[in-house]
Design a protein around this ligand. Structure first.
Ligand SMILES: Cc1cc2nc3c(=O)[nH]c(=O)nc-3n(C[C@H](O)[C@H](O)[C@H](O)COP(=O)(O)OP(=O)(O)OC[C@H]3O[C@@H](n4cnc5c(N)ncnc54)[C@H](O)[C@@H]3O)c2cc1C
Length: 550
């Protein structure tokens, strides 16, 4: 039962208790501990990492079971948390993307091969590639610059509270003023337009638009022609791998290797991480968060309570509604969550033999992000079908076969594949449950790959299925939302998760947020955790002596 605890004058047992050991909770913990705070992380599952974990899903076969590819993880965080020293190694794919087309051809992208490959479909598009990449790169630089900043918080009150926010806004304004007019226009377009319209403005051939446009619908339950999807595309290009901007790579050992390295880094700084310790409620006294109570009934008092959870989960399930204003509760109820994501992990006896590029022996295209969705129109239709019927008979799939880059995941000669399938309805029509349909939809996904690589179905030795409902149950991702809330203009930057609370501080003093529901949003970036730690430390320096608790 959720309730407000009676007042008790007990001393805090730690400086900060972090609810959730997802990658952002771990990053936040490591930074707080580095500054001398006594930190406890409470994780519900038997493993840290949240959506960034590696697990055995079939005997002898391990994979990154949810998030599966790395790029957005911030280099400052990799450096400062010494993740390499703690075991993290990230490798590049040998090819970025491979896209079979409807007419039996294919497009390969990445490095020097992109230009001649695009020219197979359109010489005009090949000539425009450098302009497109250059422009996007400049805009991505602006985003990179904002990722580790606290957004200006829209505040009520006197000049004392408003001034720091004005300064913050003017610093960001200063950065934007350095952009020339063309780039400012482009920025506006990318924040508001659809990925489809944006790409149609650049290119004429379908395959390159599909490869780039896929980024606009990842985790974004919308048509690629929906306004705002261009931002989602942009959100997927601000990363880098080993200093190379805009590309995606693989963490050896899977995404769990990232979060295990983060956990080791945090523990080396003294953080106490407790697994299988779900938090039942946040304890509030006199309008201040003063600790948590676990499902097991243990009360842990802390000067700061930090939530790594989707804001809906925190405010609707862990807090007594009576401690929040009606307006705040209403706004949280309107927080839009729900990716159209269906995730599968597949153990394979052999590599897929693509009809358009035959061969079962390991080749560059087997290491790529393999996109099975030939055009933007195909993606739009998949969305329309999902809206009306729950899923499309022609779904969008990105397949990655990480064992082609990492032999720690599967037995010799065998492989594991991640199927990241887009555009299934987060909630099925007519009140149907995903539990009724997950096997059927999984068969459809396997058949869809098989249509491109006819040996695929017979090569499947085992499979793990995660419908949106499974993602919610396993990882606490409401509506299966991979970002903890849609990445749309009214849920970004100063509005993430809500105007007035974009500075990682919740509506109660002592309560903070460090998960993907805060700026800059979802993806394995570590940025929300990093930024939240900075704000928490600011408050500690003002009010509390860190380390003063027993
Ligand atoms: C299927 C899928 C594919 C994705 N692919 C990619 C990708 O390839 N690359 C990429 O960069 N990003 C990807 N993402 C997005 C990315 O993984 C997430 O945005 C990110 O991992 C979220 O991190 P987080 O730390 O903010 O939250 P989470 O990872 O959600 O962590 C929250 C933690 O809180 C715990 N928790 C929940 N409730 C409680 C409670 N009551 N008490 C204690 N603990 C609790 C959860 O168990 C979890 O460990 C993907 C996500 C999904 C789901």
């Amino acid at each position: 039962m959720i309730r407000t605890r009676p007042a008790a004058r007990l001393a805090p047992q730690c400086d900060a208790v972090i609810v959730g050991g997802g990658h952002n909770g771990l990053v936040c913990a490591a930074y707080l501990a580095a500054a001398g705070l006594k930190v406890t992380v409470l994780e519900r599952r038997a493993v840290v990492g949240g959506a960034a974990v590696t697990e055995e899903f079939h005997p002898g076969f391990r994979n990154s079971v949810a998030a599966y590819t790395v790029s957005l993880l911030n280099p400052k965080i990799i450096r400062e948390l010494e993740l390499s020293r703690h075991g993290l190694s990230i490798v590049e794919r040998r090819m970025s993307n491979f896209l079979p087309t409807a007419d039996g051809r294919y497009l390969c992208t990445g490095g020097d091969r992109t230009l001649p490959e695009v020219a197979k479909f359109s010489h005009a598009d090949a000539q425009r590639l450098a302009g497109y990449s250059g422009r996007l790169e400049q805009i991505a630089d602006v985003l990179r610059d904002l990722v580790l900043r606290t957004p200006p918080n829209v505040v009520q009150g006197n000049w004392r509270t408003a001034l720091p926010q004005l300064l913050r806004a003017s610093r960001i304004g200063g950065r934007l003023r350095k952009l020339d007019m063309n780039l400012r226009r482009e920025l506006l377009r990318l924040f508001s337009a659809s990925a489809g319209d944006y790409l149609d403005g650049w290119f004429e051939s379908d395959p390159i638009k599909a490869v780039y446009g896929f980024d606009g619908i990842v985790g974004n339950y919308a048509s690629p022609y929906a306004q705002g999807s261009a931002y989602v595309l942009l959100h997927h290009v601000f990363g880098e791998v080993n200093g190379k901007k805009g590309i995606w790579g693989h963490a050896i050992g899977g995404m769990g290797a990232i979060t295990q390295a983060m956990a080791r880094s945090a523990q080396s700084r003294g953080v106490d991480i407790r697994l299988q310790t779900p938090v039942r409620e946040v304890t509030v006294e006199h309008g201040r968060a003063v600790g948590v109570v676990t499902e097991g009934g243990e009360a842990i008092r802390a000067s700061a309570v930090v939530s790594n959870l989707n804001p809906k989960l925190l405010y609707q399930q862990l807090l007594d509604p009576a401690v929040l204003s009606a307006d705040f509760r209403e706004r949280i109820s309107q927080w839009r969550c729900g990716s159209g994501t269906f995730r599968m992990n597949v153990a394979l006896a052999e590599l897929p033999d693509f009809s358009c590029l035959p061969g079962k022996a390991l080749a560059d295209h087997h290491t790529a992000g393999i996109i099975l969705a030939p055009t933007l129109n195909y993606m739009e239709q998949a969305y329309f079908d999902a809206r009306t019927a729950g899923w499309s008979k022609q779904p969008i799939i990105e397949m990655l076969i990480p064992s082609t880059l990492d032999d720690s995941l599967a037995p010799p000669g065998r492989h594991v594949a991640s199927l990241f399938c887009q555009h299934v309805a987060p909630q099925l029509p007519d009140g149907q449950s995903w539990d009724q349909h997950r096997e059927r939809v999984a068969d459809l996904m396997i058949d869809t790959v098989n249509a491109h690589a006819p040996n695929f179905k017979a090569a499947v030795l085992g499979r793990q299925i995660m419908s949106p409902l499974d993602l919610e149950r396993t990882f606490g991702l409401i509506g299966g939302d991979i970002f903890h809330g849609a990445l749309q203009l009214d849920q970004l930057f100063s509005a993430r998760p809500m105007l007035g609370h974009a500075d990682y501080r919740g509506p109660l003093s002592g309560l903070y947020m460090c998960g993907s529901g805060t700026h800059p949003g979802g993806g394995v970036t570590g940025a929300p955790g990093h930024n939240a730690a900075r704000e928490i430390l600011r408050d500690f320096r003002r009010r509390v002596r860190p380390g003063a608790h027993s």
